[in-house]
Design a protein around this ligand. Structure first.
Ligand code: GLY
Length: 238
């Protein structure tokens, strides 16, 4: 029985159970499917706005890389969702769960496709690790990670400036953070190397091709480091 929007739309589906380790998030875990999931949308009224917005980051993720129509819906309807409108909340939860269920049905143990759900998570998990899982919430960290992944996708010629803007604007309009916190690029790389799916030199990155379309690429840490350094020169970086 999930009790937060984040759990409603993400962790309640797909059977991933895990615990954090001082060396990294969710490093110890198992797949264990529930017999049923019971979501009570009214429970969300007991959450403060920051917690609701936190869960909304995962909703944005589904639209950004898996469903352009859903992304357009949340671009229009985010204010209703964030003002706890029950119909809007019910719709985004149903849609998010069914998008995730489709992915998990294809690839329960994350042999390939399921890692699309990690869009924004490579840098996002590094942000969480560097903050020692305090200060920043998971959805806030992956919001920062999604903006970074979109900018990286554009840098690699995979998506347009328009796509980067739409993702960034929705994140900012929802009240989620988008700027990379001021740790050094080297700290980010070291934290990313603790992720589950990395080799010494490379990480499997989820990139965006267009709203609703993703691409996996194995990227060298050296390449990500130079992009982080470039981003740190950006005046928007805080
Ligand atoms: N939260 C990502 C997954 O369930 O695979």
């Amino acid at each position: 029985m999930p009790t937060t929007l984040l759990a409603d739309v993400d962790s309640s589906v797909g059977g991933k159970t895990g615990i954090d380790h001082p060396k990294g998030k969710n490093l110890i875990g198992a797949f264990y499917q529930p017999k049923a999931v019971l979501i009570d949308v009214d429970l969300l009224k007991t959450l403060d706005k920051r917690e609701l917005i936190n869960g909304f980051a995962e909703v944005i993720k589904y639209g950004a890389v898996l469903d352009a129509g859903f992304f357009a819906y949340i671009e229009k309807g985010y204010e209703r969702v964030l003002s706890y409108d029950k119909d809007a909340l019910t719709h985004i939860i149903e849609r998010s769960c069914s998008i995730k269920a489709e992915v998990v049905k294809e690839d329960e143990k994350e042999a390939g496709l399921r890692s699309v759900l990690n869009f924004g998570h490579s840098l996002g998990h590094a942000v969480e690790t560097l903050y020692n899982y305090e200060t920043v919430k998971h959805g806030e960290a992956i919001a920062i990670g999604m903006v970074f992944a979109a900018a990286l996708s554009k840098k690699m010629g995979l998506c347009s400036e328009e796509t980067v803007k739409r993702i960034g604007n929705l994140i900012k309009n929802s009240g989620l953070p988008s700027d990379i916190p001021g740790f050094t690029p080297e700290q980010y790389i070291n934290a990313m190397k603790l992720d589950k799916k990395v080799s010494e030199k490379q990480i499997k990155f989820v990139l965006v091709k267009d709203i609703g379309k993703y691409e996996f690429r194995k990227l060298d840490f050296d390449f990500i480091l130079s992009f982080l350094k470039e981003s740190s020169l950006n005046e928007n970086r805080k």
